[in-house]
Design a protein around this ligand. Structure first.
Ligand code: ATP
Ligand code: MG
Length: 580
């Protein structure tokens, strides 16, 4: 397919970006030099101290750190000093509840302020903070709280019954704190207490515990797109990576209002809504209400959002909504747009340019990598559909299945040289799983990709999703990207379907724009459209129309589920599946 380039001219930049010269920085950068951006004391540090407390004692003390908005336009504001005090209360609470260093504390909450300062308080204390997405059901909760042996959980009255349902299988869980109740009671072996009451008894002063850079700070379960979610442990050292990548990739500046739409149930909401963004001193917007294009646009306009970090599914949903938002809303505050979580097809980037006058900058990383590793930077031109280039300080490569590095334009495993600061410390209670990520001095991501001659990285698909048809390998991403170029299609998921003749054939599941009729004629038209866009062998021999595609709750298309359904196979772990 022909590559389209978005060139950045001089007028693109009102001010130079934080990372002015990518190539030069990439040549000269060292993580050791960058350590001066973070406060270490005798080689020790605390990730949450660097995100919040140090900004509560410097010139940012009274700056708004969090603009919070819930349903029905309920609004709250917190300064850095407010968050430092509230998180200190929570750290003192943990101390008084005998939750110690390395003990697991989980937050099972929607995006309420308590989640943000509670998480910071747990990290300040040196406990291991974890999150669970608020839509999880009892089994998903039992899996995560059981695997992590959490001692304390913070949740709300609406979610509590799901925890109680599995409480008997969680003997270590002895305290459950509710953000919205004043009544204390006992349920089985656990105390159910009011968070507000307990916090009011604590001092708002707490000196963040200095930790070894290797000590665990937080844990997160992966999205479960490919199988059972893994409990990934991250160390305090990760803050250095999150800080530098937020500065360079999200281009956060002192005067910025920043909006990350991710939920802290997933890694993006931790690394770039709590840690790296606040360590850079950004004022962040958190919107906890339901998805509605009009509300999202109003938030950008009313808060004067400058930097917006979102995900392909959200962009496609906005693009599919009726009307032209440009006519109704003022987007002039926006300066930089970024996207993560799934491959970003060229079509939504073009829609972004039309609607906001700016391209979305795709970047790639994983729960395991703890921070952005490959990105499109404000200072570089964008090749539409490419993930961009490695972050300075990161050595990324494409290697074959024996660990041998491959040259440009060769498909292989996307791999990274280990040792970057936010690399996972381990997989909780699965040391062999952790070891299995490494091969001949490389971290193997599980994704397939290639590089071009200019050093840009291109995503092909997850290793398990690559299709072998008629002796050729086809990445689902390129077929899906071509499909969503078709004017009738919103979203597409592509799988390989076993075929006696060709090994596999390509089968596409597509959702249509509102009002479009799903006819046989349309299928043929789509097929010939793809033949024109891609090589002949890469067109889907089968197309099925669907109202929705199965997705994880973090918005990723679950191709393994499409495949299992197609072949009548067991569908495996569905704890992260969105209602479907
Ligand atoms: P599991 O490991 O449990 O199957 P998961 O891999 O979806 O779940 P995450 O760590 O949340 O869990 O997601 C990381 C994966 O998301 C990457 O390995 C990649 O497949 C995909 N991804 C993230 N960002 C991008 C991107 N910019 N382009 C393409 N793929 C991306
Ligand atoms: Mg994964």
């Amino acid at each position: 397919m022909k590559v389209q380039i978005y060139k950045k001219t001089k007028d693109y930049f009102k001010k130079p970006p934080n990372l002015v010269d990518y190539e030069k920085t990439n040549r000269t950068f060292s993580w050791k030099d960058a350590q001066q951006e973070i406060e270490y004391v005798d080689g020790k540090l605390n990730a949450a101290y660097n995100a919040i407390d140090r900004n509560a004692v410097n010139f940012r003390k009274n700056k708004i750190a969090l603009y919070w908005e819930g349903d029905e336009e309920k609004k709250l504001r917190f300064t850095f000093s407010d968050l430092a005090k509230l998180s200190s209360r929570f750290a003192n609470l943990l101390h008084n509840f005998d939750v110690g260093i390395g003990d697991r504390v989980f937050f099972f909450l929607p995006r309420v302020p308590e989640l943000y300062y509670g998480f910071l308080g747990a990290v300040k204390r040196g406990s291991i903070a974890g999150t669970m997405f608020s839509a999880f059901g009892p089994q998903a909760i039992e899996d995560r709280l059981g695997n992590s042996s959490a001692k304390l959980v913070v949740t709300n009255s609406e979610l509590l019954p799901r925890v109680l349902k599995v409480l008997k299988n969680l003997p270590e869980l002895t305290n459950i704190l509710l953000v919205d109740s004043k009544l204390d009671r006992k349920e089985g072996h656990a105390h159910v207490l009011s968070l507000e009451n307990e916090l009011s008894k604590q001092s708002d002063q707490y000196e963040a515990r200095l930790m070894d850079p290797e000590d665990p700070a937080f844990m997160l379960y992966t999205s479960g797109t490919t199988g059972k979610p893994k409990g990934v442990i991250h160390a305090h050292r990760s803050i250095l990576h999150e800080h530098m990548s937020a500065k360079w990739v999200l281009d956060l500046r002192e005067e910025d209002v920043y909006w990350c739409t991710a939920d802290p149930g997933w890694v993006t909401g931790i690394a770039y809504e709590i840690l790296g963004s606040w360590s850079n001193g950004a004022s962040s917007v958190v919107y906890s209400g339901r998805f509605d294009p009009d509300i999202w646009y109003r938030i950008i306009q009313d808060y004067g959002v400058n930097v917006w970090y979102t995900a392909p599914t959200a962009i496609r949903m906005l693009a599919a909504a009726k009307g032209n938002p440009k006519e109704k809303y003022d987007f002039s505050s926006l300066r930089h747009l970024a996207s993560v979580g799934e491959p970003l097809n060229p079509e939504p980037i073009r829609w972004g340019i039309k609607t906001f006058g700016l391209p979305f900058h795709d970047n790639w990383w994983q729960t395991e990598t703890g921070g952005i590793l490959i990105a499109n930077y404000p200072a570089l031109d964008i090749k539409l559909g490419s993930m961009g280039k490695p972050l300075p300080g990161i050595t990324a490569g494409i290697v074959d299945d024996s660990g041998k590095e491959l040259g440009p334009n060769q498909e292989g495993n996307l791999a990274i040289k280990p040792g970057w600061p936010s690399m996972m410390k381990t997989i909780w209670r699965r040391p062999n799983k952790y070891k299995s990520y490494f091969l001949k001095g490389w971290y193997i991501s599980g994704d397939r990709a290639f590089t071009d001659k200019d050093g840009y990285f291109w995503f092909i698909g997850r290793a398990d999703d690559v299709i072998k048809t008629g002796g050729e390998r086809v990445g689902p991403f390129e077929v899906e990207s071509a499909l969503v170029e078709h004017p009738s299609i919103i979203e597409a998921g592509v799988i390989g379907k076993p075929d006696p003749l060709r090994g596999e054939i390509i089968k596409a599941f597509v959702t249509l724009k509102p009002g479009i009729k799903p006819t046989e004629k349309l299928k043929e038209e789509i097929q010939s459209f793809i033949k024109h866009h891609l090589a002949g062998h890469a067109y889907p021999r089968e197309i099925e129309f669907k109202d929705n595609l199965p997705k994880t709750r973090s918005g990723k298309i679950m191709r393994r589920m499409l495949k299992a359904q197609e072949l009548g196979l067991p569908i495996g772990d569905t704890s992260t599946l969105e209602k479907f």
